[in-house]
Design a protein around this ligand. Structure first.
Ligand code: MLT
Length: 263
């Protein structure tokens, strides 16, 4: 299978490798502003997940988070990265993939960063909604069914006061293919509960949440941090579900502070 698309942010000077995984329905470009502020001693890369961004045509046969994690593992293995310390940072869907990666490749990882994400599986209702959107996106070949997420994932204040952020996200969403939207929705619909994966986590974790995140709210992320044996929780002011897009300065700072302890 063709490999997932990788964006090189910093070549690094030997501190380790940080892999950034984006949310749905966007691609690594959501990380651009934050990545430019990350510690350049780290080799920082973004991986476009199956069906999205530069990986639009990489669609593993079975849509699942574990297939996405396998594809990320393959992309990392095929790339010249310093194997240790290796840190995965995943936002929302990227966080689901990070949790699947922990299940399959725990020994690879030195730490994880989970941003604006969840450990629980979908309800029946949420699953049915994803399948409906997947069918619609497949038929139209377009991402129209999820364009509303451009404003739905930002805090209300940022929607009102920073229209350029809505435009930025809408541009990313409108550039996606219906097939990739469908693959991701089916993969997320089938994801298992990851609470035990997190309870058994052997490496340090940084848990980051926008204070106004409505998709994976602060109480959900606080519980996640409490479930992980060695986790640090950071709540990002003036941010919703897309904290790295809304507050790149603050998010890059909390990530850099966390990375320092791993070097
Ligand atoms: C995301 O930002 O990746 C999505 O909100 C995840 C989801 O739909 O569960």
């Amino acid at each position: 299978m063709t490999r997932l698309h990788v964006t090189e942010y910093h070549a690094g000077t030997g501190a380790g490798t940080l892999v950034l995984l984006h949310g749905f329905p966007v691609d690594s470009r959501m990380w651009d502003a934050t990545a430019s502020l990350l510690d350049a001693a780290w080799h920082v890369i973004g991986v476009d997940l199956p069906g999205l961004g530069g990986s639009a045509h990489v669609l593993p046969e079975e849509p699942s988070m574990s297939a996405a994690a396998d594809a990320v593992h393959d992309a990392i293995s095929g790339h010249t990265v310093q194997r240790r310390p290796l840190v995965l940072a995943g936002l929302s869907m990227g966080g689901y993939v990070t949790q699947a990666y922990v299940r399959a490749y725990a020994d690879d990882l030195s730490a994880v960063i989970l941003l604006d994400t969840r450990a629980n599986a979908d309800s029946e209702e949420a699953r049915a909604n994803r399948v409906r959107i997947a069918d619609e996106s497949e038929q139209s070949g377009r991402p129209d069914a999820v364009v509303g997420m451009a404003s739905g994932t930002l805090s209300d204040a940022n929607v009102a006061q920073r229209p350029e952020l809505v435009d930025f996200l809408r541009g990313l969403i409108e550039s996606q293919q219906g097939s990739g939207v469908a693959w991701s929705q089916r993969a997320m619909a089938g994801r298992p509960d990851s609470t035990h994966t997190l309870r058994d986590l052997k490496v340090p974790a940084l848990v980051v949440v926008g204070e106004d995140d409505q998709v994976s709210p602060v109480d959900v992320m606080t519980q996640m941090a409490e479930d992980i044996p060695n986790a640090l929780l950071k709540v990002i002011p003036d941010a919703g579900h897309m904290s790295p897009v809304e507050q790149p300065d603050v998010v890059s700072q909390v990530i850099n502070d966390f990375l320092v302890q791993l070097r």
